[in-house]
Design a protein around this ligand. Structure first.
Ligand SMILES: NC(=O)c1ccc[n+]([C@@H]2O[C@H](COP(=O)([O-])OP(=O)(O)OC[C@H]3O[C@@H](n4cnc5c(N)ncnc54)[C@H](O)[C@@H]3O)[C@@H](O)[C@H]2O)c1
Length: 249
């Protein structure tokens, strides 16, 4: 199925995990790709894998929290490929800790990547997506939908991503631009190395984070993202799609 033939898709956080799996999935569906990440080595590996599937790929090291870098990335994508059809915001970071011990610097660091980064990429891409009749797929989290303890900055950032997505969906929907988000949970990727409960935490409170049946890899989120980004989802706008194997939340 080549749902993304002749489509130019920009993916942030493409060096690892869900971003890499999405790049590979969309390459296999015919997409031309614009890949970015702060991890240069991982980005090059993803690029090579997508090119081996026949995809045309441009890539650049971009910190999504940097306005200048995001502006240059989106402009560069349109300059290189002449259009932009789908934007997938995946870049994100996670940190555990007690709320009352969270520093302002840590709070702002998480917000700046997960929320401000998503905002900046959306803002820059929207004029081009309006031209192409394109769409946005953001990455929220189950942490946006129910209380996940010891992740105050992360949960706040992902709640913001969900609200931002629904705002764009309503604001631009009549102009043909869709915006949706996936809300993954319990996905086996490198970000789970950050899963370290702080001292004194009651581990039984994280039951909501666990899948009801089993944990799966990032390809299950890539499948959901490819659906939302494709014409199959033409009537899906403003949805926050849980991809978590079912949780108790
Ligand atoms: N794995 C899960 O269970 C899970 C659950 C809910 C949400 N998510 C979200 O999915 C997204 C992808 O996470 P993942 O699980 O694939 O983890 P991951 O760590 O494998 O991938 C995150 C990627 O984002 C990149 N990144 C970090 N900071 C960046 C920055 N400032 N600019 C650009 N890129 C940056 C990293 O280098 C990495 O390649 C994140 O937004 C995460 O919050 C993951």
């Amino acid at each position: 199925m080549l749902r993304f033939e002749d489509k130019v898709v920009l993916i942030t956080g493409a060096a690892s995990g869900i971003g890499r799996a999405t790049a590979i999935r969309l390459a296999s569906e015919g997409a031309t790709l614009v890949l970015s990440d702060v991890n240069e080595k991982g980005l090059a590996e993803t690029r090579a894998e997508c090119e081996s599937l026949g995809s045309t790929v441009t890539s650049s090291v971009v910190n999504v929290a940097s306005e200048d870098e995001v502006v240059a990335m989106v402009a560069g994508a349109v300059e290189a490929h002449g259009r932009l059809d789908v934007v997938v915001n995946v870049a994100g970071i996670l940190q555990f800790g007690h709320t009352h011990e969270t520093s302002l610097a840590d709070f702002e660091r998480i917000i700046s990547v997960n929320l401000t980064g998503t905002f900046l990429v959306c803002r820059e891409a929207i004029p081009h997506l309006l031209s192409s009749g394109g769409n946005i797929v953001n990455t929220a989290s189950t942490a946006a939908l129910a209380g996940h303890p010891w992740t105050i900055s992360y949960s706040a950032s992902k709640g913001g991503v969900a609200a931002l997505t629904q705002t764009i969906a309503v604001e631009y929907g009549k102009q043909g631009l869709r915006a949706n988000a996936v809300a993954p949970g319990s996905i086996l990727t490198p970000i789970q190395q950050e899963f370290a409960l702080p001292e004194g935490a009651d581990g039984s409170l994280v039951y909501r984070i666990m899948a009801l049946d089993e944990q799966r890899g990032p390809e299950v989120v890539a499948g959901a993202i490819s659906f939302l980004g494709s014409e199959d989802a033409v009537h899906v706008n403003g949805t926050i799609l849980k991809v978590d194997g079912g949780t108790l939340a």
